[in-house]
Design a protein around this ligand. Structure first.
Ligand code: PMP
Length: 384
């Protein structure tokens, strides 16, 4: 058996000296590492040398490279959580939500006979990677067209609706007002009970989820799309075929196992003694947010939005959202929030401009390791 060597991502005793830069620019979701370490035995997957060798998984499925155990696990998880309609829907597995959002945009634009590429928009502040993901190949099918709220053209468009939104955690609806033919892609990476109350079963034509933000296993590079229309599912499958001839079966196997462990816990299968995953992860994020709010309230120059309280159908309690990012706004005395954080506090943040808004805003990750998070609290307490 090969044991993957990887540093343990919880509190590993990392100490920061005041001159070290605290890098919270990325959204590496290591926060749940401590949980998975406790569960390490039941989550272990052994793959023998001769197994999983074929490109093919299930020739009868539209998504022919998807392992049936992975598809079953995804269906089981959505049944359990109640965050998305999954009956009579197609599932397309991808190498992360990153590949699937491109697959979705390809699928929705590939039939186009328009002389111009279709405009792809998202409301600002939008997920910072969309513009580059969409423009990387300078496609003739689609092009990035910026802030959806400003879209006024009478030309076909695709709006990406990210809800809860990255960077600001807000629950969103489509915003384009144009009369033109528009299509929607929902990026629901954070529509899980630890980040936000599950108020309804989402039921959109294309909904994208990712293992990265659901359980924190970003390194497995697994995402899935729930798709209503078979032709769209076929085209998305074709895109993944063309870009990577499928998705790692090792990763699918691991994801299916871990999702199975989460569901078993809720359905009392086996004897899992630890706290259930979403209870644990919500508790940790809530504790982090309570501490963050306290430090931010004490600063004069930084503010963070408050989130409304909703009843969560999954956890059966009312709560606010606990997003994976802290979206900070600096007051008038500070021109550039990112430079302030770096120069004054030695914290590396992602600048508002990357999300299509001004330099008064900056994003910090709240889902890093415990050591990083504690250091963040310490440094924020030194803000003016
Ligand atoms: N969409 C959103 C809104 C995200 O925040 C992220 C990850 N930061 C992704 C997509 C990409 O996820 P993945 O790791 O599955 O490619």
């Amino acid at each position: 058996m090969v044991v993957a060597t990887n540093s343990f991502p919880g509190s590993n005793g990392t100490t920061f000296s005041p001159n070290d830069i605290l890098d919270l620019e990325k959204g590496d979701p290591l926060v749940f590492g401590a949980y998975w370490k406790k569960m390490s035995e039941v989550c272990t997957v052994v793959i023998k040398g001769w197994e999983l060798m074929s490109y093919l998984s299930d020739a009868k499925n539209v998504c022919w490279f998807m392992l049936s155990e992975f598809g079953d696990a995804v269906r089981r998880l959505h049944h359990l959580v109640g965050n998305a309609v999954i009956q009579e829907r197609y599932i397309v597995v991808g190498t992360g939500a990153t590949q699937l959002s491109q697959a979705a945009i390809y699928a929705l634009s590939s039939h186009s006979e328009a002389p111009q590429p279709i405009n792809v928009v998202a409301a600002a502040p939008y997920y910072s990677e969309y513009p580059s993901e969409i423009n990387v190949l300078r496609s003739k099918l689609y092009q990035w067209a910026g802030d959806a709220a400003l879209y006024k053209k009478n030309e076909p468009y695709i709006e990406v609706v990210t809800s809860p939104n990255n960077p600001d955690g807000v629950i969103r609806q489509p915003v384009v007002k144009s009369e033109a033919d528009g299509k929607l892609v929902y990026d629901l990476a954070y529509y899980w009970p630890h980040y936000t109350p599950i108020t309804h079963q989402a039921d959109h034509d294309i909904m994208i989820f990712t293992f990265s933000k659901c359980t924190g296993h970003a390194g497995s590079r697994i995402g899935w799309a729930i798709v209503k229309d078979i032709e769209v599912a076929k085209k998305m499958t074709w895109y993944v075929h063309m870009s990577s001839i499928g998705v790692s079966k090792e990763s699918q196997t691991r994801a299916a196992k871990i999702i199975g462990v989460i569901c078993d816990g809720y359905q009392n299968i086996g004897s899992i003694e630890s706290e259930l995953f979403f209870e644990y992860s919500k508790r940790i994020l809530r504790e982090r947010w309570e501490k963050l709010r306290k430090v931010i309230e004490q600063t004069k120059v930084l503010t963070a939005a408050k989130y409304p309280t909703f009843y969560c159908n999954f956890t059966n309690e009312s709560s606010e959202s606990y997003p994976g990012f802290l979206w900070l706004k600096c007051d008038e005395s500070i021109e550039d929030c990112t430079s302030y954080l770096m120069e004054k506090l030695k914290i590396r943040a992602r600048a508002g401009q990357r999300f299509g808004v001004g330099p008064k805003y900056a994003r910090l990750s709240t889902i890093g390791t415990e050591d990083e998070f504690n250091e963040l609290l310490e440094r924020l307490s030194n803000a003016d």
